[in-house]
Design a binder for this molecule. Structure first.
Ligand code: HEM
Length: 546
């Protein structure tokens, strides 16, 4: 990391530009303007003086000034002053991290605007939503932008996670950042879920009621064991979430506080750590092959003109070389890097503007839904969760405990552990690792698609245990249902892949692909093909009229 933070020397400034922040003082003459003249002059110059106080260097035309532009800026200094060519290629990141961040900023800005008008009480919440929709100037637009940004953020976080996984960016030294990413993923879902209740309409009320029933589902087990009266984790979680036994004012107050304060604060802190770790882990994941080429090219062509970093592999940059040990950036030479300003900053700015434009257009064309006011006496049928939870809701329809608690917990904790189970260092930074990885992903995608569709078709056409044995104890269905069968099949497939290929990376690719395929198909299926009483329908047009 460059640490040059001294001001540029005049020789380095381009001609014709103001070299420093201070305006050149006018020579003292007899005709010195006096206080009034100075005041008028300062007033006239104030835009330039303000700009000079913010941007303390001239236009960054030299490499050094460009580095200072990044290094000396509070917001930008999270970026390195130079960046590898490879990190700039669109296919390396697909821009997903940046898009997610922009959406988070948008959510924060529009959320603050909505907070001014929103009233978090069960009597007033719905009316205040109507006010925002119909009375507050640009209120509807703000709400639409907030809603579409939230959906977009969930989608982009998922895709960003998938891209980090498929390039192996979870491997050492990035394990911790992967775990922090998983926490960000859970936080994003929690933020979205808590926001879902706030409009206090039928959709919100019944989705959260179902959510709280799922939270209570460990009772499926404790009831069977006959211990619920003294050990009731399900009831405790539900009570913690709602503050009572049903969705009411206590739940609304809790969700509001979590949504506008607690979760965004935790998210902001974790994001700062996420970005800081990217720097400390030596930038974005790159393959050892590329680093090698980069190293060799710098040795062979020192005349490239670019500053050369040390090739002494015993050198450490940790704690300014005070301690022994090596950091990931050691041995990474500066050949193949370019100044972050403008090579990375301009594309980031362009991507941010495109993201903003897309969300503004969506907000302009599509209104966020608002159904009737919440009515605990009139259940919604079907009451569907937001789209990203619909896959889980499908599994919950077989067993609330397995689908709503156990399987998601296994998936999240399992994904967090992947970096500690797969330690192979080869082909990091390369999509799917190598040709074998691509083959494993394609085979797994086909296999997982077949499994999920076959199982769904089977349960719809033939039924499941309860249809064949109506008196079967619930505990059996809790452990043997389509969700647990899928989980077992996927675990077996992933372990089989690991053994067959003799590679933990291949096993990890198979696991993640199973998870992704199941998520996509179950989400699609529950969105399109589930209707009243969670029955199968080919389309919504076939739903019974009532
Ligand atoms: C709130 C959401 C998040 C934001 C705003 C965010 C932002 C970013 C950004 C801007 C980068 C730099 C490169 C890029 O664009 O890919 C990055 C890298 C990374 N992110 Fe995230 N991220 C988020 C969530 C996640 C999640 C859910 C995971 C995984 C579980 C994750 C794992 C990683 C990893 C491992 C890297 C390093 C990638 C590499 O070295 O190639 N992030 N993130």
């Amino acid at each position: 990391m460059s640490t040059e933070n001294q001001p540029a020397t005049p020789a380095e400034e381009s001609p014709g530009e103001s070299p420093s922040s201070e305006p050149t003082p006018a020579p003292e003459t007899d005709r010195s303007p006096g206080a009034w003249g100075q005041f008028v002059g300062n007033l006239r110059n104030s835009p330039r003086l303000f700009r000079d106080s913010v941007i303390r260097h001239g236009r960054p035309t030299s490499d050094r000034a460009a580095s200072q532009a990044v290094f000396g800026n509070f917001f930008l200094h999270i970026l390195p002053t130079r960046i590898h060519f490879r990190s700039l290629k669109f296919r390396t990141t697909l821009g997903l991290g940046v898009i997610t961040l922009v959406l988070f900023f948008l959510l924060t800005a529009t959320g603050i605007a909505l907070m001014v008008y929103y009233k978090p009480t069960t009597d007033q919440a719905y009316d205040s939503m109507k006010d925002i929709q119909y009375l507050v100037p640009t209120g509807r637009y703000m709400r639409n932008i907030h809603r579409w940004s939230a959906h977009g953020m969930v989608a982009c976080v998922l895709l960003h996670m998938a891209r980090a996984f498929y390039v192996g960016a979870y491997k050492p030294p990035r394990e911790l950042n992967w775990v922090i990413g998983m926490l960000l993923f859970v936080l994003t879902l929690a933020l979205s879920f808590t926001g879902y209740l706030l409009p206090w309409d039928q959709l919100a009320f019944w989705a959260v009621t179902i959510g709280s029933e799922i939270a209570q589902s460990p009772r499926e087990l404790t009831d069977v064991l006959g211990i619920t009266s003294w050990f009731d984790p399900g009831g405790a979680i539900k009570h913690l979430l709602l503050g009572s036994n049903h969705v009411g004012q206590e739940a609304l107050s809790r969700f509001y506080l979590l949504h506008v304060m607690v979760l965004p604060l935790i998210m902001t802190v974790l994001l700062a750590v996420h970005f800081w770790r990217i720097r400390k882990d030596g930038g974005l994941a790159a393959s050892s092959r590329e680093s090698q080429v980069s190293r060799e090219s710098s040795v062979q062509s020192p005349e490239s003109g670019l500053p050369q970093a040390s090739l002494d592999s015993s050198k450490t940059y940790g704690l300014m070389a005070v301690v022994r040990g090596r950091t990931p950036a050691v041995d990474r030479v500066m050949a193949d890097t370019v100044p972050t300003y403008p090579h990375a900053l301009f594309p980031i700015a362009a991507l941010s503007m495109v993201t903003l434009a897309v969300v503004l257009l969506l907000g302009h064309h599509y209104d966020a839904p608002l159904t009737e006011m919440a009515n605990p006496a009139v259940p919604e049928n079907p009451a569907k969760a937001p789209w990203y939870f619909l896959g889980l809701q499908e599994l919950v329809s077989y067993s609330a405990l397995m689908g709503g608690v156990v399987i998601p917990t296994i998936v999240v904790i399992g994904l967090m552990f992947v970096p500690y189970l797969d330690r192979e260092r080869e082909d990091v930074g390369v999509w799917f690792g190598n040709r074998q990885g691509r083959r494993v992903c394609v085979a797994t995608a086909i296999f997982a698609t077949w499994c999920v569709i076959a199982l769904l078709a089977f349960t719809i056409n033939v039924g499941w245990l309860r249809d064949w044995y109506p008196r079967i104890p619930q505990i059996v269905i809790t452990f043997v249902n389509p969700g647990t069968v899928l989980l077992a099949v996927f675990v077996a497939w992933s372990l089989g892949t690991l053994k067959r290929t003799n590679s933990t990376r291949m096993g990890a690719l198979a696991t993640f692909t199973c998870f992704l395929v199941a998520f996509v198909i179950l989400t699609y299926f529950a969105t399109v093909h589930r209707g009243p009483n969670w029955q199968f329908y080919w389309s919504q047009a076939d739903w019974p009229v009532h």
